[in-house]
Design a protein. Structure first.
Length: 192
Protein backbone atom coordinates (compact mmCIF):
# COMPACT_ATOMS: atom_id res chain seq x y z
CA UNK A 1 0.00 0.00 0.00
CA UNK A 2 1.44 3.38 -0.99
CA UNK A 3 1.99 6.00 1.69
CA UNK A 4 0.17 9.27 1.39
CA UNK A 5 2.04 12.52 1.94
CA UNK A 6 0.33 15.58 3.38
CA UNK A 7 1.14 19.16 4.32
CA UNK A 8 -0.69 20.46 7.38
CA UNK A 9 -0.75 23.80 9.12
CA UNK A 10 0.53 24.10 12.65
CA UNK A 11 1.48 26.51 15.41
CA UNK A 12 4.97 26.34 16.91
CA UNK A 13 4.96 25.74 20.64
CA UNK A 14 8.73 25.73 21.23
CA UNK A 15 12.03 25.52 19.34
CA UNK A 16 15.28 23.81 20.35
CA UNK A 17 18.25 25.57 18.72
CA UNK A 18 20.67 22.74 19.56
CA UNK A 19 18.75 19.96 17.82
CA UNK A 20 16.94 22.29 15.36
CA UNK A 21 13.64 20.66 16.26
CA UNK A 22 10.34 22.07 17.47
CA UNK A 23 7.12 21.18 19.22
CA UNK A 24 4.14 21.99 17.04
CA UNK A 25 0.39 21.96 17.52
CA UNK A 26 -1.21 20.62 14.33
CA UNK A 27 -4.25 22.82 13.64
CA UNK A 28 -6.39 19.89 12.42
CA UNK A 29 -5.69 18.08 15.71
CA UNK A 30 -5.87 20.88 18.26
CA UNK A 31 -5.43 18.62 21.25
CA UNK A 32 -2.22 16.95 20.08
CA UNK A 33 1.27 18.49 20.14
CA UNK A 34 4.03 16.83 18.13
CA UNK A 35 7.45 17.07 19.76
CA UNK A 36 10.98 16.90 18.33
CA UNK A 37 9.84 17.65 14.79
CA UNK A 38 12.86 18.58 12.63
CA UNK A 39 12.88 21.99 10.96
CA UNK A 40 14.27 22.24 7.43
CA UNK A 41 17.78 23.69 7.60
CA UNK A 42 16.95 26.48 5.14
CA UNK A 43 14.44 27.92 7.62
CA UNK A 44 16.01 30.72 9.65
CA UNK A 45 15.94 29.60 13.27
CA UNK A 46 15.19 33.14 14.46
CA UNK A 47 11.81 32.85 12.76
CA UNK A 48 10.92 29.79 14.80
CA UNK A 49 9.27 31.59 17.69
CA UNK A 50 6.44 30.29 19.84
CA UNK A 51 3.11 31.20 18.28
CA UNK A 52 4.41 31.34 14.71
CA UNK A 53 2.42 29.46 12.11
CA UNK A 54 4.17 26.71 10.19
CA UNK A 55 3.75 24.18 7.41
CA UNK A 56 4.44 20.57 8.38
CA UNK A 57 5.19 18.01 5.68
CA UNK A 58 4.18 14.48 6.66
CA UNK A 59 6.02 11.99 4.45
CA UNK A 60 3.53 9.37 5.61
CA UNK A 61 0.26 10.86 6.81
CA UNK A 62 -0.38 7.88 9.08
CA UNK A 63 3.04 8.20 10.80
CA UNK A 64 3.29 11.44 12.78
CA UNK A 65 6.98 10.81 13.57
CA UNK A 66 7.91 11.00 9.87
CA UNK A 67 7.52 14.77 9.40
CA UNK A 68 9.50 17.98 8.89
CA UNK A 69 8.61 21.66 9.29
CA UNK A 70 9.18 23.19 5.85
CA UNK A 71 8.10 26.79 6.45
CA UNK A 72 7.49 29.26 9.25
CA UNK A 73 5.27 32.28 8.66
CA UNK A 74 2.87 34.71 10.27
CA UNK A 75 5.31 36.41 12.62
CA UNK A 76 8.28 38.57 11.86
CA UNK A 77 11.47 37.21 13.38
CA UNK A 78 12.83 39.17 16.29
CA UNK A 79 16.57 38.75 16.16
CA UNK A 80 18.33 38.71 19.46
CA UNK A 81 20.75 41.63 19.87
CA UNK A 82 24.26 40.71 18.86
CA UNK A 83 23.50 38.85 15.65
CA UNK A 84 26.45 39.27 13.25
CA UNK A 85 26.17 39.28 9.45
CA UNK A 86 29.34 39.11 7.34
CA UNK A 87 29.54 40.81 3.94
CA UNK A 88 32.07 41.31 1.18
CA UNK A 89 34.17 44.25 2.42
CA UNK A 90 32.96 47.71 1.40
CA UNK A 91 35.48 50.57 1.49
CA UNK A 92 33.77 53.43 3.33
CA UNK A 93 36.70 55.80 3.90
CA UNK A 94 39.61 56.16 1.47
CA UNK A 95 42.77 58.01 2.52
CA UNK A 96 40.95 60.70 4.48
CA UNK A 97 43.33 63.06 6.28
CA UNK A 98 42.38 63.91 9.86
CA UNK A 99 44.47 66.60 11.51
CA UNK A 100 45.98 65.98 14.94
CA UNK A 101 43.53 66.67 17.74
CA UNK A 102 40.53 66.84 15.38
CA UNK A 103 37.55 64.52 15.13
CA UNK A 104 35.93 63.79 11.76
CA UNK A 105 32.44 62.34 11.32
CA UNK A 106 31.74 59.78 8.60
CA UNK A 107 28.39 58.43 7.42
CA UNK A 108 28.74 54.77 6.47
CA UNK A 109 26.70 53.84 3.41
CA UNK A 110 26.72 50.05 3.67
CA UNK A 111 24.99 49.21 6.98
CA UNK A 112 21.30 48.40 6.51
CA UNK A 113 18.56 49.88 8.68
CA UNK A 114 18.61 48.46 12.16
CA UNK A 115 22.36 47.84 12.33
CA UNK A 116 23.70 48.48 15.82
CA UNK A 117 27.36 48.32 14.88
CA UNK A 118 29.91 47.43 12.22
CA UNK A 119 32.88 45.12 11.92
CA UNK A 120 35.66 47.11 10.32
CA UNK A 121 39.22 46.96 9.05
CA UNK A 122 41.14 50.20 9.41
CA UNK A 123 44.60 51.33 8.37
CA UNK A 124 46.32 54.65 8.84
CA UNK A 125 49.66 56.33 8.38
CA UNK A 126 51.11 59.40 10.02
CA UNK A 127 54.31 61.40 9.59
CA UNK A 128 54.45 61.58 13.41
CA UNK A 129 55.87 58.96 15.77
CA UNK A 130 53.37 57.63 18.40
CA UNK A 131 50.29 58.81 16.45
CA UNK A 132 47.05 56.93 17.11
CA UNK A 133 43.37 57.11 16.20
CA UNK A 134 40.18 56.61 18.18
CA UNK A 135 36.87 55.40 16.72
CA UNK A 136 33.42 55.78 18.31
CA UNK A 137 29.76 56.04 17.36
CA UNK A 138 28.91 59.61 16.38
CA UNK A 139 28.31 61.65 19.50
CA UNK A 140 29.76 58.97 21.78
CA UNK A 141 32.64 59.64 24.15
CA UNK A 142 35.57 59.11 21.80
CA UNK A 143 37.88 57.61 24.43
CA UNK A 144 35.37 54.94 25.49
CA UNK A 145 35.53 52.85 22.30
CA UNK A 146 38.24 51.65 19.88
CA UNK A 147 41.80 52.95 19.89
CA UNK A 148 44.41 51.92 17.34
CA UNK A 149 48.02 52.84 16.72
CA UNK A 150 50.79 54.35 18.78
CA UNK A 151 53.01 54.17 15.72
CA UNK A 152 56.52 53.01 16.52
CA UNK A 153 58.04 55.17 13.78
CA UNK A 154 57.09 58.18 11.70
CA UNK A 155 55.43 57.27 8.37
CA UNK A 156 54.67 53.73 9.56
CA UNK A 157 51.36 52.08 8.69
CA UNK A 158 49.08 50.56 11.30
CA UNK A 159 46.37 48.01 10.39
CA UNK A 160 43.68 46.71 12.72
CA UNK A 161 40.19 45.28 12.90
CA UNK A 162 37.42 46.02 15.36
CA UNK A 163 33.76 46.39 16.15
CA UNK A 164 32.17 49.75 16.87
CA UNK A 165 28.56 50.82 17.43
CA UNK A 166 26.96 53.19 14.92
CA UNK A 167 24.36 55.83 15.69
CA UNK A 168 20.88 55.68 14.15
CA UNK A 169 22.20 57.40 10.99
CA UNK A 170 25.16 54.98 10.60
CA UNK A 171 27.67 57.65 11.61
CA UNK A 172 30.99 57.15 13.34
CA UNK A 173 33.61 59.59 14.64
CA UNK A 174 37.36 59.16 14.15
CA UNK A 175 39.88 61.29 16.04
CA UNK A 176 43.57 61.67 15.16
CA UNK A 177 45.93 62.02 18.10
CA UNK A 178 49.58 63.14 18.34
CA UNK A 179 49.89 63.69 14.56
CA UNK A 180 47.90 64.06 11.36
CA UNK A 181 46.57 60.66 10.22
CA UNK A 182 45.56 59.41 6.77
CA UNK A 183 42.76 56.88 7.40
CA UNK A 184 41.21 54.14 5.25
CA UNK A 185 38.33 52.06 6.61
CA UNK A 186 36.33 49.13 5.19
CA UNK A 187 33.23 47.48 6.66
CA UNK A 188 33.01 43.68 6.45
CA UNK A 189 30.05 42.95 8.70
CA UNK A 190 27.18 44.28 10.78
CA UNK A 191 25.85 43.68 14.27
CA UNK A 192 22.08 43.68 14.72
Amino acid sequence: MATRQAIKRGILQSFDTRSYTASVLVIEATSYVLSSVPIATFVDGTSAVAGAQCAVLFFDESNHTDAVIIAVYGTAPTHAPGRVVFITPVQEINASVINAGNTSTFTLSSPPAGALGVLYKVSFTSPTNAAFIQIAPHGGTIGNYAEHGNLSAASATHRATGIVPVDSSNKIDIKANTGNCTVTLSVYGYVF
